[in-house]
Design a protein around this ligand. Structure first.
Ligand SMILES: C[S@@+](CC[C@H](N)C(=O)[O-])C[C@H]1O[C@@H](n2cnc3c(N)ncnc32)[C@H](O)[C@@H]1O
Length: 251
């Protein structure tokens, strides 16, 4: 099965339990730390394109901050959940991020919580960056996060089993050639397999440049106790995520 189809099937399967399964993710806390860093890099409030929006967990905090939001995802099941949360005021659609149409000129285009790691095929990184970049306003920012090696070791190792009571189980399947797997099983839903590729910072930066973008920052993010630490440098063995920020390259 092609990766796009596999991702769609995996997220259609988990859509109904996604919010509870990821209940620990605190978007208020996250955006409270992240948005000021993006403002330092030139972010201006306005229109957001939330790519790979999932069930829309990141949308409410941005609407509350006065942003207008357009959102899309490859999984119709995830979009359905998001639409239930925001029946009005947000435009939703189903798109693969490697071939987005021109939806507008956005001040911020982001893909949060590791969608870029789901691009496993050679060339897809550049295609996704070009298609997201084509939706940026001239001074707009592209922002996305990638899982670090620390996360692939700690959450995708073949010995990892994280039972979350009635919610289900996350099981690591191990990795080979930079591609790692995990499965989510839960009563009443089809077991889904999630294949993700580790993307090193230099590879991401080269793909951004090839797509006509200028890398601005690679911010390290790690959880510490109940808080989040964002560092101007990043470290594959210390951080949980690396948040990449880019803008259109000067013509
Ligand atoms: C871990 S979820 C994150 C969802 C949301 N951004 C959030 O923060 O809750 C990853 C999302 O990426 C989407 N995704 C993965 N590959 C994609 C692609 N090629 N195009 C669009 N969406 C994709 C999945 O369907 C899923 O909803």
């Amino acid at each position: 099965m092609a990766q796009g189809e596999a991702v769609r099937a995996a997220y259609d399967a988990v859509a109904g339990i996604y919010d509870e399964f990821t209940g620990n993710n605190n978007y208020e806390l996250w955006f409270g730390e992240l948005l000021p860093k993006l403002e330092e890099l030139g972010l201006r409030q306005g229109a957001l394109l939330d790519v790979a929006c999932g069930t829309g967990k990141g949308i409410g905090p941005m609407l509350d901050r006065g942003w207008t939001v357009t959102a899309c995802d490859i999984s119709p099941g995830m979009i359905e959940q998001a639409q239930e949360k925001f029946p009005e005021g947000v435009k939703f659609d189903v798109y693969d991020m490697v071939e987005l149409p021109h939806l507008g000129d956005f001040d911020l285009v982001w893909a949060l919580n590791d969608p870029v790691n789901y691009l496993v095929d050679d060339g897809d990184l550049e295609r996704a960056f070009a298609s997201m970049g084509a939706n940026l306003a001239p001074e707009g920012l592209l922002v996305f996060d990638c899982n670090t090696m620390k996360i692939f070791r700690e959450a995708f190792g073949a010995d990892v089993e994280d039972k979350r009571g009635d919610l289900g189980t996350w099981r690591g399947l191990g990795g080979f050639d930079d591609i790692y797997g995990a499965e989510i099983s839960s009563e009443g839903i089809e077991t889904s397999v999630h294949r993700e590729r580790h993307w090193p910072v230099d590879v991401v930066r080269a793909a951004l440049i090839a797509a006509g973008l200028e890398p601005l920052a690679a911010i390290g993010q790690r959880e510490e106790g109940a808080g989040l630490v964002l560092s101007p440098d990043c470290d594959e063995d210390r951080d949980h995520k690396i948040i990449h920020v880019a803008k259109r390259a000067a013509a």
